[in-house]
Design a binder for this molecule. Sequence first.
Ligand code: FEO
Length: 172
Amino acid sequence: MPKPIPPKVLSGLKRQSNQELNAAHGYLAMSIWCSVQNLKGFARFFAKQADEEREHAAKIIDHLINRGVPPELEALPAPKQDFPALLDLVQHAEAMEQANTQGIDAVFTAALVENDFPAQVLMHWFINEQVEEEAWAAELVDRVKHASCAGSLSDLDRHVEKLLADDGGKED
Ligand code: FEO
């Protein structure tokens, strides 16, 4: 039987699995907004992010199951789906990633305090992933800020997946 998960680590892992699902829901809403605006490259990019967030949640869920704890899925709040402009949307994505990093850091801190080695190792993967996630989000904000005219925004939309993949390995 695996060693029990300390209560503070357990509550952090459960909360974080739901935060990842919440992020998936948020990115799906962003993908839909971009589709409606005919920003098809951005729509594909955020749809992929939604898939990635579900994979992140699955990693934590598997960890809980392997350690003998049933995961608990919570109701997801409606994501933000109204954006005045693309810049507001990408800034929201950046804020979501920053909040996600805080959630990961909180789980890791609890795992350190409680000497929970398996959760520490799991969180190493997430800590590294958040460096990439925050990097593409910051780059996206910067690139959208500089695409001021309609022509440059269309150009960015056509190339956004490749641009971010070249820098951060986000594309398959
Ligand atoms: Fe699961 Fe975007 O971090």
